[in-house]
Write a protein that binds this ligand. Sequence first.
Ligand code: PLP
Length: 388
Amino acid sequence: MHSSPTKTSAGKKRIHLSLAHIGSVEQEFVLEAFDAGWVTSLGPNVDGFEHDIASFLGENVRVAALSAGTAALHLGLILLGVGAGDEVICQSFTFSASANPIKYLGAKPVFVDSEKTTWNMSSQLLETAIEDRIRKTGKRPKAIIPVHIYGMPARMNEILAIAKHYDIPVLEDAAEALGSKYENRACGTFGDIAALSFNGNKIITTSGGGALVSVNSEFVSRAIFLASQARDAAPYYQHSHVGYNYRLSNVCAGIGRGQMMVLPDRVERRRANNLYYRNRLSGITGIEFQTEPDGCFSNYWLTAMLVNPDASGGITCEYLREALEKENIESRPLWKPLHLQPVFADCPFYGDGTCESLFERGICLPSGSTLTETDLFRVTDIINRTID
Ligand SMILES: *Cc1c(COP(=O)(O)O)cnc(C)c1O
């Protein structure tokens, strides 16, 4: 049940960056929800989905299914005690949803650059940032948000060691990294709290959804309470706290249960796409892929590569993107660093130029699990002919 292929006037099928890939079991779970009248935020699919995620991740985590990954990050910050006037450290090289919830709470994002291998938060610059914020404000930042960008695990050992040294909790943004592993442990189990996303373009989807993950069972219970309008235990509606409407519906959770069954296959396919690109493009000088350092296992949610115009006969990543678009192939520049975004212009940044350079040189290639070998051939063929 894929999205219907769109044809251009040239008759070439559109190749998308990353499409939802729904199987048949999903429908059965959804139908069950309908038949049983469980179409609200309570029900067996929500419990089942949370259980499926927890057992997939291991490490005795508990899971709260939510309406979005952004909601998980927002509740995560609340649980870690972030409030107005606090500072929160966040990776700059990421999607805006990693940092927006800091702003929701009236707190201030402090951005940190990436290191050159994983493209994720540099532990050296993290330490520099913490020291400097303490010097300037007299306070420690309230939380650290590392991200596993495009599915590539961040160097969690180093980041956690620094977080521990300064006694700052970690909110792990694993929205892109379900199925990725660092030193054989699932991404989403490293932070004091972690956030997952099941948005339509992620490795698996509930059409829209997310999850908050933690080994701290009280955090998870509290997240569920806050996500369900913070109702006190009374026969009438009584509220002692500000609540949110962030719970996942039982219908969406039904899609999620089906998707959890195919997750290992989806990871395998995205990794196979990545391998195909590497093999077929290995002859081109001037391109370079995001690669897995020792100890990292990426779900390769998106395959990302850098184009070096000095070595590729002047071809830039934007030229390549346009060449692909002309052939009805969608590709996308890498994330524009958040410290360069107008909305975060007044936020401090600790960097050495790494993520700015990634943004200037990088492109994400079609990476979905619905891609066929013919699709992949078409993409690599254009790239090979464009950069020659
Ligand atoms: C998708 C994404 C989010 C937000 O998840 P939603 O479910 O879309 O709210 C947060 N962080 C990163 C890095 C993401 O890619």
